[in-house]
Design a protein. Structure first.
Length: 650
Protein backbone atom coordinates (compact mmCIF):
# COMPACT_ATOMS: atom_id res chain seq x y z
CA UNK A 1 0.00 0.00 0.00
CA UNK A 2 1.11 3.63 -0.56
CA UNK A 3 2.31 5.92 2.17
CA UNK A 4 1.83 9.66 2.52
CA UNK A 5 3.84 12.08 0.46
CA UNK A 6 7.34 12.90 1.84
CA UNK A 7 9.81 15.70 1.15
CA UNK A 8 13.46 14.80 0.69
CA UNK A 9 15.87 17.64 1.49
CA UNK A 10 17.25 19.28 -1.65
CA UNK A 11 15.83 16.52 -3.84
CA UNK A 12 12.67 15.52 -5.72
CA UNK A 13 9.75 17.12 -3.92
CA UNK A 14 6.26 15.64 -3.50
CA UNK A 15 6.85 12.12 -4.91
CA UNK A 16 5.00 9.31 -3.12
CA UNK A 17 6.79 6.09 -2.27
CA UNK A 18 6.10 3.09 -4.40
CA UNK A 19 3.82 0.39 -3.05
CA UNK A 20 5.19 -1.71 -0.24
CA UNK A 21 6.97 -1.11 3.00
CA UNK A 22 10.03 -3.18 2.50
CA UNK A 23 13.62 -2.12 1.84
CA UNK A 24 13.20 -2.74 -1.86
CA UNK A 25 10.40 -0.20 -2.07
CA UNK A 26 12.44 2.39 -0.22
CA UNK A 27 15.46 1.76 -2.43
CA UNK A 28 13.38 2.01 -5.60
CA UNK A 29 11.89 5.29 -4.46
CA UNK A 30 15.30 6.71 -3.63
CA UNK A 31 16.74 5.64 -6.99
CA UNK A 32 13.83 7.14 -8.84
CA UNK A 33 14.23 10.42 -6.99
CA UNK A 34 17.97 10.46 -7.78
CA UNK A 35 17.27 9.83 -11.44
CA UNK A 36 14.67 12.57 -11.70
CA UNK A 37 16.84 15.06 -9.85
CA UNK A 38 19.76 14.25 -12.14
CA UNK A 39 17.70 15.29 -15.14
CA UNK A 40 18.56 18.93 -16.03
CA UNK A 41 15.16 19.42 -17.65
CA UNK A 42 12.53 20.95 -15.34
CA UNK A 43 9.66 18.46 -14.68
CA UNK A 44 6.42 19.44 -12.93
CA UNK A 45 3.41 17.15 -12.23
CA UNK A 46 0.03 18.91 -12.16
CA UNK A 47 -3.05 17.22 -10.62
CA UNK A 48 -6.46 17.09 -12.25
CA UNK A 49 -7.56 20.08 -10.19
CA UNK A 50 -4.68 22.17 -11.56
CA UNK A 51 -2.61 22.04 -8.37
CA UNK A 52 1.06 21.14 -8.36
CA UNK A 53 1.65 17.57 -7.21
CA UNK A 54 5.45 17.37 -7.35
CA UNK A 55 8.56 18.67 -9.20
CA UNK A 56 12.25 17.85 -9.59
CA UNK A 57 15.28 19.87 -8.55
CA UNK A 58 15.71 21.50 -12.01
CA UNK A 59 12.15 22.82 -11.82
CA UNK A 60 12.79 24.16 -8.33
CA UNK A 61 15.91 25.99 -9.53
CA UNK A 62 14.44 27.42 -12.73
CA UNK A 63 10.97 28.37 -11.44
CA UNK A 64 12.03 29.07 -7.81
CA UNK A 65 9.65 26.42 -6.43
CA UNK A 66 9.68 25.33 -2.79
CA UNK A 67 7.84 22.59 -0.81
CA UNK A 68 5.29 25.22 0.15
CA UNK A 69 4.17 25.32 -3.50
CA UNK A 70 2.89 21.69 -3.33
CA UNK A 71 -0.85 21.82 -3.58
CA UNK A 72 -0.97 25.36 -4.93
CA UNK A 73 -2.65 26.04 -8.25
CA UNK A 74 -0.13 26.22 -11.06
CA UNK A 75 -1.55 29.55 -12.22
CA UNK A 76 -0.67 31.04 -8.81
CA UNK A 77 3.03 30.29 -9.25
CA UNK A 78 4.65 33.56 -10.35
CA UNK A 79 7.09 31.83 -12.71
CA UNK A 80 4.20 30.14 -14.57
CA UNK A 81 1.80 33.09 -14.47
CA UNK A 82 2.86 34.13 -17.97
CA UNK A 83 1.31 30.96 -19.43
CA UNK A 84 -2.34 32.02 -19.88
CA UNK A 85 -3.72 28.69 -21.28
CA UNK A 86 -1.88 26.33 -18.91
CA UNK A 87 -4.96 24.84 -17.18
CA UNK A 88 -6.97 24.64 -20.42
CA UNK A 89 -4.18 22.75 -22.23
CA UNK A 90 -3.71 20.38 -19.26
CA UNK A 91 -7.47 19.57 -19.23
CA UNK A 92 -7.43 18.84 -22.98
CA UNK A 93 -4.57 16.37 -22.54
CA UNK A 94 -6.29 14.64 -19.60
CA UNK A 95 -9.53 14.33 -21.59
CA UNK A 96 -7.93 13.12 -24.80
CA UNK A 97 -5.18 11.07 -23.21
CA UNK A 98 -2.83 12.34 -25.98
CA UNK A 99 0.21 14.44 -25.17
CA UNK A 100 0.69 17.85 -26.76
CA UNK A 101 3.35 20.53 -27.04
CA UNK A 102 3.25 24.19 -26.27
CA UNK A 103 5.63 27.16 -26.01
CA UNK A 104 6.16 29.20 -22.91
CA UNK A 105 8.62 32.00 -22.10
CA UNK A 106 9.39 34.39 -19.33
CA UNK A 107 11.70 37.40 -19.29
CA UNK A 108 14.90 35.32 -19.56
CA UNK A 109 14.05 31.92 -21.06
CA UNK A 110 12.05 30.34 -23.84
CA UNK A 111 10.72 26.77 -23.31
CA UNK A 112 9.12 24.10 -25.45
CA UNK A 113 6.78 22.27 -23.04
CA UNK A 114 5.65 18.67 -23.54
CA UNK A 115 2.32 18.05 -21.76
CA UNK A 116 1.87 14.29 -21.11
CA UNK A 117 -1.08 12.53 -19.43
CA UNK A 118 -0.26 11.03 -15.99
CA UNK A 119 -1.98 7.73 -15.17
CA UNK A 120 -0.53 5.74 -12.21
CA UNK A 121 -0.38 2.12 -13.24
CA UNK A 122 -3.33 1.21 -15.42
CA UNK A 123 -5.72 3.53 -13.71
CA UNK A 124 -7.39 6.57 -15.18
CA UNK A 125 -5.56 9.81 -15.92
CA UNK A 126 -5.18 11.82 -12.73
CA UNK A 127 -2.96 14.65 -13.94
CA UNK A 128 -0.36 15.82 -16.41
CA UNK A 129 3.44 15.82 -16.52
CA UNK A 130 5.00 19.04 -17.80
CA UNK A 131 8.51 18.66 -19.25
CA UNK A 132 10.23 22.01 -20.01
CA UNK A 133 12.96 22.07 -22.67
CA UNK A 134 14.93 25.36 -22.65
CA UNK A 135 15.39 26.48 -26.28
CA UNK A 136 16.53 30.07 -25.53
CA UNK A 137 20.05 29.59 -26.86
CA UNK A 138 18.74 27.82 -29.95
CA UNK A 139 16.24 30.57 -30.68
CA UNK A 140 18.90 33.26 -30.08
CA UNK A 141 21.31 31.58 -32.50
CA UNK A 142 18.49 31.10 -35.00
CA UNK A 143 17.44 34.77 -34.68
CA UNK A 144 21.07 35.82 -35.03
CA UNK A 145 21.46 33.71 -38.16
CA UNK A 146 18.30 35.21 -39.63
CA UNK A 147 19.47 38.71 -38.69
CA UNK A 148 22.90 38.20 -40.23
CA UNK A 149 21.35 36.79 -43.39
CA UNK A 150 19.05 39.80 -43.72
CA UNK A 151 21.99 42.17 -43.03
CA UNK A 152 24.02 40.46 -45.72
CA UNK A 153 21.14 40.78 -48.17
CA UNK A 154 20.71 44.45 -47.28
CA UNK A 155 24.43 45.12 -47.76
CA UNK A 156 24.51 43.36 -51.12
CA UNK A 157 21.42 45.26 -52.23
CA UNK A 158 23.21 48.56 -51.65
CA UNK A 159 25.68 47.76 -54.44
CA UNK A 160 24.74 49.44 -57.69
CA UNK A 161 26.43 46.71 -59.76
CA UNK A 162 24.69 43.34 -60.09
CA UNK A 163 26.14 40.46 -57.99
CA UNK A 164 25.34 36.74 -58.22
CA UNK A 165 26.57 33.69 -56.30
CA UNK A 166 27.17 30.50 -58.35
CA UNK A 167 27.60 26.95 -57.17
CA UNK A 168 30.61 24.87 -58.22
CA UNK A 169 28.67 23.67 -61.30
CA UNK A 170 27.94 27.31 -62.23
CA UNK A 171 24.29 27.33 -61.20
CA UNK A 172 22.70 30.48 -59.80
CA UNK A 173 22.23 30.36 -56.03
CA UNK A 174 21.31 33.94 -55.15
CA UNK A 175 21.79 37.50 -56.35
CA UNK A 176 21.30 41.06 -55.18
CA UNK A 177 18.46 43.37 -56.16
CA UNK A 178 20.50 44.98 -58.95
CA UNK A 179 21.05 41.55 -60.54
CA UNK A 180 17.37 40.65 -60.65
CA UNK A 181 16.46 44.17 -61.83
CA UNK A 182 19.02 44.23 -64.67
CA UNK A 183 17.96 40.88 -66.12
CA UNK A 184 14.24 41.31 -65.33
CA UNK A 185 13.94 38.02 -63.44
CA UNK A 186 13.01 36.92 -59.93
CA UNK A 187 14.83 34.78 -57.41
CA UNK A 188 12.44 31.85 -57.92
CA UNK A 189 12.91 31.97 -61.70
CA UNK A 190 16.69 31.74 -61.51
CA UNK A 191 17.26 29.53 -58.46
CA UNK A 192 19.41 26.59 -59.61
CA UNK A 193 19.44 27.72 -63.27
CA UNK A 194 22.87 27.49 -65.02
CA UNK A 195 24.43 30.87 -65.69
CA UNK A 196 24.82 29.91 -69.36
CA UNK A 197 21.00 29.82 -69.71
CA UNK A 198 20.50 33.33 -68.31
CA UNK A 199 18.96 35.73 -70.82
CA UNK A 200 20.01 35.09 -74.42
CA UNK A 201 22.74 32.63 -73.50
CA UNK A 202 25.57 35.13 -73.89
CA UNK A 203 27.10 33.88 -70.65
CA UNK A 204 27.64 30.40 -72.05
CA UNK A 205 30.87 31.48 -73.74
CA UNK A 206 33.61 28.91 -73.45
CA UNK A 207 36.22 31.43 -72.15
CA UNK A 208 33.88 32.45 -69.33
CA UNK A 209 32.96 28.90 -68.32
CA UNK A 210 36.59 27.83 -68.48
CA UNK A 211 37.78 30.74 -66.32
CA UNK A 212 35.12 29.99 -63.70
CA UNK A 213 36.32 26.37 -63.49
CA UNK A 214 39.94 27.50 -63.21
CA UNK A 215 38.98 30.00 -60.50
CA UNK A 216 37.77 27.16 -58.27
CA UNK A 217 41.02 25.35 -59.02
CA UNK A 218 42.99 28.25 -57.58
CA UNK A 219 43.76 30.34 -60.68
CA UNK A 220 43.12 34.09 -61.00
CA UNK A 221 40.11 35.33 -62.96
CA UNK A 222 40.76 37.84 -65.74
CA UNK A 223 37.88 40.32 -66.20
CA UNK A 224 35.92 39.49 -69.35
CA UNK A 225 33.70 41.66 -71.55
CA UNK A 226 30.40 40.16 -72.68
CA UNK A 227 27.81 41.69 -75.02
CA UNK A 228 24.28 40.91 -73.86
CA UNK A 229 20.97 41.82 -75.47
CA UNK A 230 18.31 42.98 -73.01
CA UNK A 231 14.59 42.76 -73.81
CA UNK A 232 15.42 41.61 -77.32
CA UNK A 233 16.59 45.05 -78.52
CA UNK A 234 19.08 46.90 -76.31
CA UNK A 235 22.58 45.49 -76.37
CA UNK A 236 24.81 46.33 -73.45
CA UNK A 237 28.46 45.57 -72.81
CA UNK A 238 29.09 44.02 -69.40
CA UNK A 239 32.43 43.57 -67.68
CA UNK A 240 32.41 40.35 -65.65
CA UNK A 241 34.72 39.70 -62.71
CA UNK A 242 34.70 36.80 -60.26
CA UNK A 243 36.04 35.88 -56.81
CA UNK A 244 35.99 32.49 -55.04
CA UNK A 245 33.83 32.14 -51.92
CA UNK A 246 34.84 29.73 -49.16
CA UNK A 247 32.32 29.21 -46.35
CA UNK A 248 33.82 28.20 -42.97
CA UNK A 249 32.86 24.65 -42.01
CA UNK A 250 31.62 23.78 -45.51
CA UNK A 251 33.63 21.94 -48.12
CA UNK A 252 31.50 23.32 -50.94
CA UNK A 253 33.05 26.28 -52.76
CA UNK A 254 31.10 28.95 -54.56
CA UNK A 255 31.85 31.86 -56.88
CA UNK A 256 30.82 35.52 -56.59
CA UNK A 257 30.37 37.09 -60.04
CA UNK A 258 30.01 40.85 -60.55
CA UNK A 259 28.51 42.55 -63.61
CA UNK A 260 29.57 46.12 -64.49
CA UNK A 261 27.76 47.91 -67.28
CA UNK A 262 30.50 49.63 -69.30
CA UNK A 263 28.40 50.46 -72.34
CA UNK A 264 28.65 54.23 -71.83
CA UNK A 265 32.38 53.99 -71.25
CA UNK A 266 32.85 51.89 -74.37
CA UNK A 267 30.81 54.31 -76.40
CA UNK A 268 32.79 57.26 -75.06
CA UNK A 269 36.04 55.48 -75.86
CA UNK A 270 34.79 54.68 -79.34
CA UNK A 271 33.82 58.31 -79.87
CA UNK A 272 37.24 59.40 -78.69
CA UNK A 273 38.96 56.92 -81.00
CA UNK A 274 36.87 58.19 -83.92
CA UNK A 275 38.09 61.75 -83.52
CA UNK A 276 39.45 62.80 -86.87
CA UNK A 277 42.94 63.97 -87.69
CA UNK A 278 41.43 67.31 -88.69
CA UNK A 279 40.10 67.83 -85.15
CA UNK A 280 43.51 67.00 -83.75
CA UNK A 281 45.17 69.55 -86.03
CA UNK A 282 42.50 72.07 -85.06
CA UNK A 283 43.31 71.54 -81.37
CA UNK A 284 47.01 71.98 -82.05
CA UNK A 285 46.24 75.18 -83.97
CA UNK A 286 44.24 76.51 -81.02
CA UNK A 287 47.16 75.79 -78.69
CA UNK A 288 49.63 77.48 -81.01
CA UNK A 289 47.40 80.56 -81.32
CA UNK A 290 46.90 80.73 -77.56
CA UNK A 291 50.67 80.61 -77.05
CA UNK A 292 51.13 83.38 -79.58
CA UNK A 293 48.48 85.61 -77.96
CA UNK A 294 49.87 85.07 -74.46
CA UNK A 295 53.52 85.27 -75.56
CA UNK A 296 54.19 81.89 -73.94
CA UNK A 297 56.31 79.23 -75.58
CA UNK A 298 56.92 75.66 -74.39
CA UNK A 299 59.57 73.03 -74.79
CA UNK A 300 60.58 69.58 -73.54
CA UNK A 301 63.99 68.18 -72.75
CA UNK A 302 64.70 64.46 -72.39
CA UNK A 303 67.70 64.24 -70.12
CA UNK A 304 68.92 60.78 -71.17
CA UNK A 305 68.96 61.51 -74.92
CA UNK A 306 69.47 65.31 -74.70
CA UNK A 307 66.54 65.67 -77.13
CA UNK A 308 65.02 69.17 -77.17
CA UNK A 309 61.70 70.14 -78.75
CA UNK A 310 60.42 73.71 -79.02
CA UNK A 311 56.98 75.08 -79.81
CA UNK A 312 56.60 77.52 -82.68
CA UNK A 313 56.02 80.39 -80.28
CA UNK A 314 59.31 79.76 -78.49
CA UNK A 315 61.09 80.02 -81.86
CA UNK A 316 59.34 83.36 -82.35
CA UNK A 317 60.39 84.59 -78.90
CA UNK A 318 64.03 83.73 -79.64
CA UNK A 319 63.57 85.09 -83.19
CA UNK A 320 64.92 81.89 -84.74
CA UNK A 321 63.71 80.08 -87.84
CA UNK A 322 60.98 77.61 -86.94
CA UNK A 323 62.18 74.03 -87.19
CA UNK A 324 65.91 74.71 -86.81
CA UNK A 325 67.46 71.99 -84.58
CA UNK A 326 67.86 73.41 -81.10
CA UNK A 327 71.26 73.06 -79.44
CA UNK A 328 72.86 74.63 -76.42
CA UNK A 329 75.21 76.56 -78.71
CA UNK A 330 72.25 78.00 -80.63
CA UNK A 331 70.56 79.03 -77.38
CA UNK A 332 73.74 80.75 -76.16
CA UNK A 333 73.70 83.03 -79.22
CA UNK A 334 70.56 84.65 -77.83
CA UNK A 335 71.02 84.53 -74.03
CA UNK A 336 72.44 87.67 -72.40
CA UNK A 337 76.15 87.18 -71.60
CA UNK A 338 75.54 87.96 -67.92
CA UNK A 339 72.70 85.38 -67.57
CA UNK A 340 72.37 81.59 -67.55
CA UNK A 341 69.91 79.99 -69.96
CA UNK A 342 67.03 77.88 -68.72
CA UNK A 343 68.53 74.72 -70.19
CA UNK A 344 71.84 75.31 -68.44
CA UNK A 345 69.98 75.97 -65.19
CA UNK A 346 68.00 72.70 -65.56
CA UNK A 347 71.19 70.73 -66.17
CA UNK A 348 72.72 72.23 -63.03
CA UNK A 349 69.64 71.39 -60.97
CA UNK A 350 69.42 67.89 -62.46
CA UNK A 351 73.01 67.07 -61.54
CA UNK A 352 72.62 68.46 -58.02
CA UNK A 353 69.19 67.06 -57.19
CA UNK A 354 68.95 63.86 -59.25
CA UNK A 355 66.24 65.28 -61.49
CA UNK A 356 63.45 65.59 -58.96
CA UNK A 357 62.99 69.38 -58.81
CA UNK A 358 60.41 71.78 -60.14
CA UNK A 359 61.65 75.35 -60.39
CA UNK A 360 61.27 78.72 -62.10
CA UNK A 361 63.92 80.95 -63.64
CA UNK A 362 64.23 84.46 -65.02
CA UNK A 363 66.80 85.50 -67.61
CA UNK A 364 67.36 87.90 -70.50
CA UNK A 365 67.90 87.60 -74.23
CA UNK A 366 70.19 89.92 -76.15
CA UNK A 367 68.76 90.13 -79.66
CA UNK A 368 70.74 90.86 -82.87
CA UNK A 369 69.45 94.45 -82.89
CA UNK A 370 70.85 94.84 -79.31
CA UNK A 371 67.39 95.01 -77.79
CA UNK A 372 66.77 93.06 -74.57
CA UNK A 373 63.93 90.64 -73.86
CA UNK A 374 63.00 89.52 -70.35
CA UNK A 375 61.84 85.89 -69.99
CA UNK A 376 60.17 84.06 -67.10
CA UNK A 377 60.26 80.25 -67.23
CA UNK A 378 58.66 77.50 -65.15
CA UNK A 379 59.89 73.89 -65.46
CA UNK A 380 58.37 70.64 -64.22
CA UNK A 381 60.06 67.23 -64.14
CA UNK A 382 58.23 64.00 -65.05
CA UNK A 383 59.19 60.42 -65.84
CA UNK A 384 57.81 58.42 -68.77
CA UNK A 385 56.63 54.82 -68.54
CA UNK A 386 60.19 53.61 -68.92
CA UNK A 387 61.37 55.77 -66.00
CA UNK A 388 63.28 58.23 -68.17
CA UNK A 389 63.44 61.80 -66.81
CA UNK A 390 61.92 64.58 -68.92
CA UNK A 391 61.44 68.29 -68.24
CA UNK A 392 58.41 70.19 -69.52
CA UNK A 393 58.81 73.98 -69.43
CA UNK A 394 56.79 77.08 -70.25
CA UNK A 395 58.62 80.28 -71.18
CA UNK A 396 56.83 83.65 -71.19
CA UNK A 397 58.07 86.87 -72.75
CA UNK A 398 57.55 89.39 -69.93
CA UNK A 399 59.38 92.26 -71.59
CA UNK A 400 56.28 94.47 -71.79
CA UNK A 401 55.47 93.81 -68.14
CA UNK A 402 59.05 94.50 -67.08
CA UNK A 403 59.10 97.81 -68.98
CA UNK A 404 55.74 98.69 -67.43
CA UNK A 405 57.12 97.97 -63.96
CA UNK A 406 60.12 100.20 -64.63
CA UNK A 407 57.82 102.95 -65.89
CA UNK A 408 55.64 102.51 -62.82
CA UNK A 409 58.67 102.77 -60.53
CA UNK A 410 59.70 105.99 -62.28
CA UNK A 411 56.16 107.36 -61.96
CA UNK A 412 56.13 106.52 -58.27
CA UNK A 413 59.42 108.36 -57.81
CA UNK A 414 57.95 111.43 -59.52
CA UNK A 415 54.80 111.11 -57.44
CA UNK A 416 56.87 111.02 -54.25
CA UNK A 417 58.49 114.29 -55.27
CA UNK A 418 55.07 115.83 -55.89
CA UNK A 419 53.88 114.53 -52.53
CA UNK A 420 56.81 116.17 -50.78
CA UNK A 421 56.05 119.48 -52.50
CA UNK A 422 52.36 119.10 -51.60
CA UNK A 423 53.25 118.35 -47.97
CA UNK A 424 55.34 121.50 -47.89
CA UNK A 425 52.35 123.48 -49.19
CA UNK A 426 50.06 121.89 -46.61
CA UNK A 427 52.59 122.67 -43.88
CA UNK A 428 52.72 126.30 -44.97
CA UNK A 429 48.95 126.57 -45.09
CA UNK A 430 48.61 124.81 -41.72
CA UNK A 431 51.07 127.20 -40.05
CA UNK A 432 49.21 130.17 -41.49
CA UNK A 433 45.90 128.73 -40.31
CA UNK A 434 46.94 127.73 -36.81
CA UNK A 435 49.12 130.76 -36.02
CA UNK A 436 46.41 133.19 -37.07
CA UNK A 437 44.65 133.07 -33.69
CA UNK A 438 47.78 133.58 -31.50
CA UNK A 439 48.91 136.44 -33.79
CA UNK A 440 45.50 138.08 -33.49
CA UNK A 441 45.86 137.83 -29.71
CA UNK A 442 49.34 139.35 -29.85
CA UNK A 443 48.11 142.32 -31.93
CA UNK A 444 45.13 142.87 -29.64
CA UNK A 445 47.25 142.67 -26.49
CA UNK A 446 49.89 144.98 -27.99
CA UNK A 447 47.24 147.60 -28.83
CA UNK A 448 45.81 147.34 -25.35
CA UNK A 449 49.26 147.72 -23.82
CA UNK A 450 49.91 150.94 -25.81
CA UNK A 451 46.60 152.43 -24.69
CA UNK A 452 47.39 151.67 -21.06
CA UNK A 453 50.85 153.30 -21.37
CA UNK A 454 49.37 156.39 -23.08
CA UNK A 455 46.85 156.87 -20.29
CA UNK A 456 47.43 159.72 -17.82
CA UNK A 457 48.62 158.48 -15.50
CA UNK A 458 49.92 155.31 -17.30
CA UNK A 459 48.34 152.01 -16.15
CA UNK A 460 51.62 150.21 -15.58
CA UNK A 461 50.18 147.14 -13.85
CA UNK A 462 47.61 146.59 -16.62
CA UNK A 463 50.34 147.12 -19.25
CA UNK A 464 52.51 144.49 -17.54
CA UNK A 465 49.63 141.97 -17.50
CA UNK A 466 48.89 142.71 -21.16
CA UNK A 467 52.57 142.25 -22.02
CA UNK A 468 52.55 138.89 -20.23
CA UNK A 469 49.56 137.79 -22.34
CA UNK A 470 51.43 138.97 -25.44
CA UNK A 471 54.42 136.84 -24.47
CA UNK A 472 52.09 133.91 -23.77
CA UNK A 473 50.48 134.16 -27.21
CA UNK A 474 53.91 134.51 -28.85
CA UNK A 475 55.12 131.35 -27.10
CA UNK A 476 51.93 129.61 -28.08
CA UNK A 477 52.46 130.53 -31.73
CA UNK A 478 56.01 129.21 -31.51
CA UNK A 479 54.77 125.92 -29.96
CA UNK A 480 52.11 125.54 -32.65
CA UNK A 481 54.72 125.96 -35.40
CA UNK A 482 57.05 123.46 -33.70
CA UNK A 483 54.28 120.85 -33.29
CA UNK A 484 53.07 121.28 -36.88
CA UNK A 485 56.59 120.79 -38.20
CA UNK A 486 56.86 117.63 -36.11
CA UNK A 487 53.49 116.44 -37.39
CA UNK A 488 54.35 116.84 -41.08
CA UNK A 489 57.94 115.59 -40.74
CA UNK A 490 56.71 112.46 -38.84
CA UNK A 491 58.98 113.26 -35.92
CA UNK A 492 58.10 112.02 -32.44
CA UNK A 493 55.95 114.49 -30.52
CA UNK A 494 56.17 115.35 -26.84
CA UNK A 495 54.26 112.76 -24.81
CA UNK A 496 53.12 113.26 -21.24
CA UNK A 497 50.36 112.10 -18.94
CA UNK A 498 47.38 114.39 -19.49
CA UNK A 499 44.01 115.08 -17.94
CA UNK A 500 41.76 115.97 -20.88
CA UNK A 501 39.52 117.96 -18.56
CA UNK A 502 42.47 120.19 -17.67
CA UNK A 503 43.47 120.47 -21.34
CA UNK A 504 39.91 121.48 -22.26
CA UNK A 505 39.72 124.07 -19.44
CA UNK A 506 42.94 125.73 -20.65
CA UNK A 507 41.48 126.04 -24.16
CA UNK A 508 38.18 127.38 -22.81
CA UNK A 509 40.03 130.03 -20.81
CA UNK A 510 41.81 131.23 -23.95
CA UNK A 511 38.67 131.13 -26.14
CA UNK A 512 36.09 132.49 -23.70
CA UNK A 513 36.39 136.14 -24.70
CA UNK A 514 36.08 135.34 -28.43
CA UNK A 515 33.05 133.15 -27.79
CA UNK A 516 31.37 135.81 -25.69
CA UNK A 517 32.02 138.46 -28.35
CA UNK A 518 30.19 136.20 -30.82
CA UNK A 519 27.25 135.80 -28.40
CA UNK A 520 27.93 132.08 -27.93
CA UNK A 521 26.53 130.50 -24.77
CA UNK A 522 29.19 128.04 -23.64
CA UNK A 523 28.31 125.02 -21.53
CA UNK A 524 30.77 122.38 -20.37
CA UNK A 525 30.06 118.88 -19.05
CA UNK A 526 33.40 117.45 -17.94
CA UNK A 527 33.32 113.96 -16.44
CA UNK A 528 34.60 113.66 -12.88
CA UNK A 529 36.03 110.13 -13.23
CA UNK A 530 37.86 110.75 -16.50
CA UNK A 531 41.04 108.61 -16.74
CA UNK A 532 44.30 110.18 -17.87
CA UNK A 533 45.76 109.75 -21.34
CA UNK A 534 49.22 109.95 -22.87
CA UNK A 535 49.63 112.66 -25.50
CA UNK A 536 51.00 116.00 -26.68
CA UNK A 537 49.32 118.82 -24.73
CA UNK A 538 49.83 121.56 -27.36
CA UNK A 539 48.58 119.44 -30.27
CA UNK A 540 45.46 118.23 -28.40
CA UNK A 541 44.71 121.79 -27.31
CA UNK A 542 45.02 122.82 -30.95
CA UNK A 543 42.42 120.16 -31.93
CA UNK A 544 39.94 121.30 -29.24
CA UNK A 545 40.52 124.96 -30.18
CA UNK A 546 39.82 124.17 -33.87
CA UNK A 547 36.57 122.40 -32.97
CA UNK A 548 35.43 125.30 -30.75
CA UNK A 549 36.24 127.91 -33.42
CA UNK A 550 34.45 125.88 -36.12
CA UNK A 551 31.41 125.51 -33.85
CA UNK A 552 31.34 129.24 -33.19
CA UNK A 553 31.75 130.04 -36.91
CA UNK A 554 28.86 127.67 -37.73
CA UNK A 555 26.53 129.79 -35.55
CA UNK A 556 27.53 133.26 -36.82
CA UNK A 557 24.45 133.59 -39.01
CA UNK A 558 22.03 132.05 -36.45
CA UNK A 559 19.62 134.66 -35.03
CA UNK A 560 16.39 132.69 -34.50
CA UNK A 561 17.65 130.53 -31.61
CA UNK A 562 20.31 130.66 -28.90
CA UNK A 563 23.85 130.10 -30.04
CA UNK A 564 24.53 127.22 -27.66
CA UNK A 565 27.86 125.39 -27.64
CA UNK A 566 28.40 122.30 -25.49
CA UNK A 567 31.78 120.68 -24.81
CA UNK A 568 31.65 117.28 -23.09
CA UNK A 569 34.24 114.74 -21.90
CA UNK A 570 33.29 111.15 -21.06
CA UNK A 571 34.49 107.57 -21.06
CA UNK A 572 34.06 105.55 -24.24
CA UNK A 573 33.87 101.84 -23.62
CA UNK A 574 36.33 100.77 -20.96
CA UNK A 575 39.62 101.94 -22.39
CA UNK A 576 39.04 105.22 -24.29
CA UNK A 577 38.17 108.86 -23.58
CA UNK A 578 35.89 110.96 -25.80
CA UNK A 579 35.73 114.73 -26.26
CA UNK A 580 32.74 116.11 -28.19
CA UNK A 581 31.79 119.64 -29.26
CA UNK A 582 28.11 120.25 -30.11
CA UNK A 583 26.80 123.41 -31.74
CA UNK A 584 23.38 124.70 -32.76
CA UNK A 585 24.56 126.07 -36.09
CA UNK A 586 23.61 125.44 -39.70
CA UNK A 587 24.78 121.81 -39.63
CA UNK A 588 26.67 119.84 -42.25
CA UNK A 589 25.46 118.65 -45.64
CA UNK A 590 25.41 114.79 -45.45
CA UNK A 591 26.77 114.64 -49.01
CA UNK A 592 29.95 116.45 -47.94
CA UNK A 593 30.40 114.56 -44.65
CA UNK A 594 33.16 112.32 -46.06
CA UNK A 595 35.13 115.29 -47.41
CA UNK A 596 35.15 117.44 -44.27
CA UNK A 597 38.55 116.16 -43.15
CA UNK A 598 40.26 116.43 -46.54
CA UNK A 599 42.99 119.05 -46.92
CA UNK A 600 41.86 122.34 -48.51
CA UNK A 601 38.16 121.42 -48.36
CA UNK A 602 36.07 124.06 -46.59
CA UNK A 603 32.45 125.12 -46.32
CA UNK A 604 33.32 128.62 -45.04
CA UNK A 605 33.64 131.62 -47.35
CA UNK A 606 37.01 132.69 -45.96
CA UNK A 607 38.21 129.24 -44.78
CA UNK A 608 41.41 127.48 -45.86
CA UNK A 609 40.28 123.87 -45.36
CA UNK A 610 43.27 123.02 -43.18
CA UNK A 611 42.01 122.94 -39.58
CA UNK A 612 40.07 119.65 -39.64
CA UNK A 613 42.69 117.95 -41.83
CA UNK A 614 45.47 118.83 -39.38
CA UNK A 615 43.23 117.87 -36.44
CA UNK A 616 42.59 114.44 -37.89
CA UNK A 617 46.34 113.91 -38.42
CA UNK A 618 46.99 114.84 -34.79
CA UNK A 619 44.31 112.51 -33.44
CA UNK A 620 45.44 109.62 -35.64
CA UNK A 621 49.00 110.05 -34.32
CA UNK A 622 47.47 109.59 -30.87
CA UNK A 623 45.94 106.25 -32.01
CA UNK A 624 42.51 107.87 -32.00
CA UNK A 625 39.82 108.85 -34.46
CA UNK A 626 37.95 112.07 -35.31
CA UNK A 627 34.44 112.16 -36.74
CA UNK A 628 31.38 114.33 -37.29
CA UNK A 629 27.64 113.64 -37.16
CA UNK A 630 24.43 115.68 -37.40
CA UNK A 631 22.57 116.28 -34.13
CA UNK A 632 19.77 113.81 -33.45
CA UNK A 633 17.31 116.17 -31.72
CA UNK A 634 17.98 119.62 -33.06
CA UNK A 635 19.89 121.73 -35.54
CA UNK A 636 23.66 121.80 -35.81
CA UNK A 637 26.35 119.14 -35.72
CA UNK A 638 28.63 117.39 -33.25
CA UNK A 639 32.36 116.88 -33.81
CA UNK A 640 34.10 114.39 -31.53
CA UNK A 641 37.35 112.53 -31.10
CA UNK A 642 38.39 109.61 -28.90
CA UNK A 643 41.86 108.50 -27.79
CA UNK A 644 43.05 105.55 -25.68
CA UNK A 645 43.42 105.80 -21.93
CA UNK A 646 46.90 105.88 -20.45
CA UNK A 647 46.83 102.16 -19.55
CA UNK A 648 46.08 101.14 -23.17
CA UNK A 649 48.25 103.57 -25.13
CA UNK A 650 51.48 102.71 -26.93
Amino acid sequence: MTTPRVTLNGRWTGLQRVKGDGPAATTATTDLIDILDAVEVPIVVVRRDGAIACFNRAAADVFRLSPADIGRAAREISALAGWPRLEEQCRQVMVSGVESRSEFHDEDNWFVVRISPYAPGDRQVTGTVLTFTNVSAFRASLDQAIYERECTKAILNTFADPLVVLSADQRIQSGNRAFYTMFGVSRDETQGVPLSELGTGAFGLAPLCGQLDELLAGHAFQPLEVDHVFNGTAQRTLLLDARPLALPGHAERRVLVTFQDITARKQAQAAKDLRSEEELRRSEAFLAEAQRLSAIGSFSWKVATDQIRWSDQLYRIYELEIGVPVTLELIRTRVHPEDVSLLEKMKTVDQACDGVNDFEWQYRLLMPDHSIKYLHAVAHSIRDRWGQLEYIAAVQDVTARRLSEEALAKARSELAKVARVTSLGVLTASIAHEVNQPLSGIITNAGTCLRMLDANPPNLEGARETARRTIRDGNRASDVITRLRALFSKEEFTLESLDLNEVAREVLAVSLSDLQSNRVALKSELADDLPTITGDRIQLQQVILNLLRNAADAMVGVDDRPRQLLIRTEREGGDRVRVSVRDAGVGVDPRSMNKLFDAFYTTKRDGMGIGLSVSRSIIERHDGRLWAAPNDNGPGATFAFSVPCETSTR
